[in-house]
Ligand binder design. Structure first.
Ligand code: FCB
Length: 479
């Protein structure tokens, strides 16, 4: 028997990820209050097909079965999120015991299965009452969030392996408050910048609140960082467009969180939109808290150039192609279509971008360990005659991106884990159920779960720490 060298060490964390609103359903059960995503998805025209998360994958009732899938996949970790309005319905006051009980039971079952829970406190489902009071544009929401974080730390204690404060604050701020394609659907760039700051502040205050309850807690935040490239690397104007997009997309979060400051160029670029008076003295010290791990979500890259000022401005970025751009202050930047293969989201497939992202973060912040907390792809899955989903494109996508993680590690990036997005097909925000990212297929009529080929491939990877060739796997055996 030959032994192959492991590409990944035995202590590398393999997981998959989900988010509460995307899978739980049971929107009106167990004392849960409404969130901004309930309101948004129930507003005509906001979500493809009029889909809502009312039922979603019905995970609230089927969570034992879902833990079985995680366990059969052999995963060491599961990244889930807590629905804030399920545990604290209006975003203030005491916790709802029934909501907390749901997560306690889930975490206990994960522990029995030997799976470490990586728990996100905010994956976009703000209690509607807090939005009615101004949402993330209102400073008080950060204070409310920290209170909720502290209460959850006390309630769940060491059942949580890693606490993640926020998922992708870029989306919460800019898609929620500038382009309006996400809840709460506001289109006010100044409010979006205030939201950026209040999300950063919420993170810092929450980390402090969690550590006050659990001094040994491991804490993190997950960011969707943008790999931004110039159309013409030789053009100073295009490189300046990159700088600008990097400031609003990446450094607006990285610098306050990890360096205790806001980028001066960001403040200058957005001066006509906001005076940044929402940043109060002492805020940056509150925001910059030591992180145990930085969560990095990666799907695709962004290609830009400086707008020449005449003709129609190109806005081909999937996020920018709305009347209201999420790229606050970037009115003279063009977002260009990219060549090469894309996923069903229209996102370009570029594993090298992940290597670039992880190695550049490692160079900038060498002491901060990282985990890839989301990576994956939507494709138009087809159920074959044999009842299975032979999702070869997804297997290839995962294969190439896991290779990218291995390459980044070889180049010295301290990447400790990888979470496939997603465990199962789910409610893909404004795309509703039309986009499927799961390793496990969900039949939305029967709510039955069925492993796609990508689930078998991922299990083989997780079992061996070796990246299996796409064709090397026996895909047909029963899960
Ligand atoms: C990320 C979100 C996640 C999922 C994937 C496809 O931006 O965090 O919930 O929608 O994209």
């Amino acid at each position: 028997m030959t032994t192959t060298r492991r590409t990944f060490p035995p202590d590398f964390t393999w997981g998959s990820a989900t988010a509460a609103y995307q899978i739980e359903g049971a929107a009106q059960e167990g004392g849960r209050g409404p969130s901004i995503w309930d309101t948004f998805s129930h507003t005509a025209g906001k979500v493809d097909g009029g889909d809502t998360g009312d039922v979603a994958c019905d995970h609230y009732h089927r969570w034992r079965e879902d833990v079985d899938h995680l366990s059969e996949l052999g995963l060491g970790a599961y990244r889930l999120s807590i629905s804030w309005p399920r545990v604290q319905p209006g975003g203030t006051g005491p916790l709802n015991p029934e909501g907390v009980g749901f997560y306690r039971d889930l975490l206990a079952e994960l522990h029995r299965a030997g799976i470490s829970p990586v728990v996100t406190l905010y994956h976009w489902d703000l209690p509607q009452e807090l939005e009615d009071a101004g949402g993330w544009a209102n400073r008080d929401t950060a204070v409310r969030f920290a209170e909720y974080a502290g209460l959850m730390a006390r309630a769940l204690g060491d059942a949580v392996a890693v606490w993640t404060t926020l998922n992708e604050p870029w989306c919460s701020a800019y898609l929620g408050y500038a382009s309006g394609v996400h809840a709460p659907g506001r289109t006010d760039p100044a409010a979006a910048l205030a939201a950026v700051h209040h999300l950063n502040l919420a993170h810092g205050l929450a980390v402090t609140a969690i550590r006050a309850q659990l001094p040994g807690a491991k804490v993190s935040i997950t960011l969707n960082l943008h790999v931004v490239r110039p159309q013409d690397p030789a053009s100073a104007a295009d490189r300046d467009a990159v700088r600008q997009v990097d400031a609003v997309g990446n450094r607006a979060f990285l610098e306050p969180l990890l360096e205790g400051r806001y980028p001066e160029d960001l403040v200058a670029d957005t001066a006509a939109i906001s005076d940044w008076a929402f940043v109060r003295e002492g805020d940056l010290a509150l925001i910059q808290q030591p992180l145990d791990v930085l969560g990095v979500n990666y799907y695709a890259t962004t290609l830009v150039r400086r707008f020449a000022g005449s003709g129609e401005r190109v806005l081909a970025d999937s996020h920018a192609s709305t009347t209201h751009s999420p790229w606050v202050g970037c009115a003279d930047v063009e977002f260009l279509p990219q060549t090469g293969p894309t996923t069903a989201m229209g996102w370009n497939i570029d594993p090298d971008g992940l290597v670039e992202l992880l190695t550049s973060l490692a160079a900038a912040y060498p002491d901060v360990p990282m985990m890839v907390t989301e990576n994956g792809a939507a494709f138009d899955d087809v159920v074959s005659g044999d009842g299975r989903v032979h999702d070869r494109e997804r297997v290839e996508y995962l294969h190439d991106h896991v290779h990218a993680v291995a390459r980044a590690r070889e180049l010295g990036a301290d990447v400790r884990g990888y979470f496939a997005w997603s465990l199962m097909d789910n409610f893909e925000w404004s795309y509703g159920f039309s986009k499927r990212f799961g390793l496990v297929r969900v039949d939305y009529d029967t709510l039955e779960r069925c492993w796609k080929d990508s689930a078998f491939w991922y299990r083989a990877l997780v079992q061996t720490g070796q990246i299996p060739d796409v064709d090397d796997i026996e895909y047909a055996f029963e899960a």
